[in-house]
Design a protein around this ligand. Sequence first.
Ligand SMILES: Cc1cc2nc3c(=O)[nH]c(=O)nc-3n(C[C@H](O)[C@H](O)[C@H](O)COP(=O)(O)O)c2cc1C
Length: 157
Amino acid sequence: MSRKLRHAFGHFATGVTVITCRDAAGVPVGMTANSFSSLSLDPPLVLWSLAKTSSNYAAFVAAPNFCVHVLGEEQQALAGQFAVKDADRFAGVSVSNGQGEVPIISGSHAHFECATHALYDGGDHTIIVGRVLETHTAEAVPLLFHCGKFAKVAALG
Ligand SMILES: Cc1cc2nc3c(=O)[nH]c(=O)nc-3n(C[C@H](O)[C@H](O)[C@H](O)COP(=O)(O)O)c2cc1C
């Protein structure tokens, strides 16, 4: 079932994000995630789901702050870099500090600086809800993910 289910889930086209935080030692941590979703306008909430098997699990569930970066089409390499296991994912990446010292990667289509608001069990994932503290947007063409491949927007009509 899990192979068939994963295949079916992949038919839902999504955007692509890189989500960052700092671990307990203050070291930047980040990973590619397409489970991001807007949740609430008032209060301002977003959510994403984190695999319990992730090497970043302990860092994200303990982090008081995280930042969701919505990637643009020209950031496909970044999406790949932040999904590689046991790599220096921040190599060559320019980072500044946001609220709660959260690492902000420059050049994203949008980013959401968040305070961790709630954690919910979600089977083999944990659902992380963030309260949005700050947003930033820029003109860009979004990067998409569909059926296991990166894709781009094609305008209709
Ligand atoms: C397009 C894409 C979307 C992903 N979305 C998620 C996600 O929403 N949640 C998650 O836990 N891992 C997601 N991953 C996997 C992580 O980015 C990472 O590669 C994986 O967790 C293995 O590394 P880790 O153990 O260091 O986390 C995604 C990977 C890719 C390429």
